[in-house]
Structures are given as structure tokens and as C-alpha cells.
Design a protein around this ligand. Structure first.
Ligand SMILES: [Zn+2]
Length: 339
């Protein structure tokens, strides 16, 4: 089969890869219908993370093609969505809602779902089936649930977005934009999107942002404070992963408030003294998307939310390199790859 491989920074190729098959009795093999390029794929693409000859991709929706003898809850022919971590959904950590830290977890990025077929470990725990085959128009939104929607949702939950709260979102990539959507769905009164790109600001407003702040760093912090009687937001979602964005998120949060950080941190260090005196809660990390998937699939199925709007470029899998380049150059928010 033809699959996406990152040979070296900037060098994406679609080339022949071995077809997956059932290895463990709890595996499924998925015929991928749609996959996509993640903001986190850009870290190795840009050479910030070391990588060589790696199969790429960890977001996916598709139809179950084959199952191992111990798979019970999904069957051949089911249309399914899964998270970027495979998880058993039964261990103590999973049952507490932290499936991204499952004791048996497998990172789907190590398998590489930018391909026509993918092995899904721990299929019963990982996959959520839709009620029936989805209409074509729902596929981008279901694909978004696999990572960016679930991650934005977790960011908003970790930041304790809710009724009566002002939520600020640092980062206007797909995760940040969907954190805006999540914060509104969770009942936040006011949602401040921090973005300096007109197209992303427009989408943030469609997703429910009430205010836009274009400034970054301490100027951005000052603007958030101006909007909140000098106090800072109750809840701040950090969806970038840099020193500047993390510092901006912490400083934009009022004492007693919550930061939900879901940007994969690169080179971020936090000064203990500032943290001590900030009085904020910090919670984040790789999102336990599986916790939210059943509800997110229902909201999409019932057409209550349309997170697939973040895909502004669709390409066939064979043209994946163009999709990476467009995201790297910020010409596209997110690239969907059809298989
Ligand atoms: Zn588990």
C-alpha cells in the first residue's frame, strides 16, 4: 500500500509500505476513509523533533476491515472513530478518564494512519462506532473528533470552562479554534480568541468567540486583563506549546483560575517563583480524547456542532507533501487527506 513517510525534516514522501495485519488478538485493521495532517506533525517536519524514515499520521476514521479473535464491541463493516492513543479503556487510569495515559497505551503515530490501512491496537477500548455509515458531509467532523476536537475539548475541560466564566484561548490552530467551540458548548459566557489572522478570527467567531485579541506576549496579557476588570480570565486554554504561549496563558489567568495546556510543549520551562505567586491551577498534557468521543460523535451525528470546518484544504493522500507544506507556511489551518 502507499503511505506517508517523513524521511527527514521537510521531506515527505508517499511510498510503498507493508500492509498491516492482525498481530494481537485485540487488534482491528481499519480501511482508512480519511486522515489528516496534525499541527504536531509539523514539529518533526520542521526538524524540532528528531525523525528519520517515520510513517506519519495519528488521526483517522474508517471502516473496520478485520478484527482479532478477542474483539467484541466493534465488528467488520462498522464505521469508527478512534483517538491518537490506543487505550484499553479498562485499566484504572482509563476508568478515571485519562485514556491517553492508559497503562497499555499505544501511540497511533508510531503506526502511521496516513495510509489506506491501519492496525488499531486495543480495538474495543480505542474505537467508537457511529450509529450507521455516515453521510459524506459528516466525515470531516468525525475525523476532527479523532484529535483536534477532542484535544480542544479537553483543553476547555481542563481549564474548567463553564457557565459564568470568561475563557481565553491562546493559539489559533485547529485545536485552539475548537477549544473556542468547546468552551461555548460547555457554557462559557465570554470566549476570547487570541489570533492575528483574519480568516482564523472569522472561524473563531463562528465557533462562538465573543472577543478577539490580536496582541501576543505581555501585550496580549494586558488586553485580556483589560477585558476582565484587570483580573485575568477564569480559564485559559494554551494550544501552541511554546515558551511564549505558555507564559502568556499563565499570566492571562486570574488567581484561582485554571490553565488547560494542550499544545505539545517544546523547550518550555516554568519559573517556580512566578508559578508560586500566580495562584493558578495547571492541568493538561496529551488529551484523553477517548473520554469525550462518545459524546462528540453524538453531537456531530445530531449536527449540533460542525468542527470539520477547520479543514480548509483537502488533498488525495498521494499529495500529502503539499498538505504539509501548506500547513507549515500557514496557508492552511488543517489538511484533510482522502484515501
Ligand atoms: Zn487503560
Amino acid at each position: 500500500m502507499r503511505g506517508v513517510v517523513l524521511h527527514a525534516p521537510g521531506d515527505i514522501r508517499v511510498e510503498e509500505r507493508a500492509e498491516p495485519s492482525i498481530v494481537e488478538p485485540t487488534d482491528a485493521v481499519l480501511r482508512v476513509v480519511a486522515t489528516c495532517v496534525c499541527g504536531s506533525d509539523l514539529w518533526p517536519y520542521r526538524g524540532v523533533e528528531e525523525v528519520r524514515d517515520a510513517p506519519m499520521g495519528h488521526e483517522y476514521v474508517g471502516v473496520v476491515e478485520d478484527i482479532g479473535p478477542e474483539v467484541r464491541t466493534v465488528g467488520v463493516g462498522d464505521f469508527v472513530v478512534g483517538s491518537f492513543w490506543a487505550s484499553d479503556n479498562t485499566c484504572e487510569i482509563c476508568r478515571a478518564g485519562y485514556q491517553s495515559h492508559c497503562v497499555n497505551r499505544v501511540l497511533m503515530g508510531s503506526i502511521g494512519t496516513q495510509a489506506p490501512l491501519a492496525r488499531i491496537p486495543l480495538a474495543d477500548g480505542t474505537l467508537v462506532a457511529t450509529p450507521k455509515m455516515p453521510d459524506e458531509e459528516l466525515i470531516p467532523s468525525l475525523l476532527a473528533a479523532s484529535d483536534v476536537l477532542g484535544t480542544g475539548w479537553f483543553g476547555a475541560v481542563a481549564a474548567e470552562a463553564g457557565p459564568g466564566r470568561t475563557v481565553a484561548v491562546v493559539g489559533d490552530g485547529a485545536v485552539g479554534l475548537l477549544a473556542v467551540l468547546a468552551a461555548r458548548r460547555l457554557g462559557a459566557e465570554r470566549v476570547v480568541a487570541m489570533s492575528r489572522h483574519a480568516d482564523r478570527q472569522a472561524l473563531a467567531r463562528e465557533f462562538g468567540a465573543t472577543d478577539i485579541v490580536e496582541e501576543r506576549g505581555d501585550e496580549g496579557v494586558a488586553r485580556v486583563k483589560e477585558l476582565t476588570d484587570g483580573l485575568g480570565a477564569h480559564s485559559v486554554v494554551e494550544a501552541v506549546g511554546t515558551q511564549q504561549s505558555m507564559t502568556q496563558a499563565i499570566r492571562s489567568t486570574r488567581p484561582g483560575g485554571h490553565v488547560g495546556f494542550v499544545g505539545v510543549g517544546h523547550g518550555v520551562s516554568l519559573p517556580g517563583e512566578e508559578l508560586f505567586f500566580s495562584g493558578v491551577h495547571l492541568h493538561g498534557g496529551p488529551a484523553p480524547v477517548r473520554r469525550f468521543l462518545p459524546e462528540l460523535v453524538r453531537l456531530i451525528w445530531d449536527r449540533e456542532i460542525d468542527p470539520g470546518r477547520v479543514f480548509d484544504l483537502t488533498l488525495p493522500l498521494d499529495r500529502a507533501a503539499e498538505g504539509y507544506r501548506a500547513m507549515d507556511e500557514r496557508r492552511a489551518i488543517k489538511t484533510l487527506l482522502t484515501v
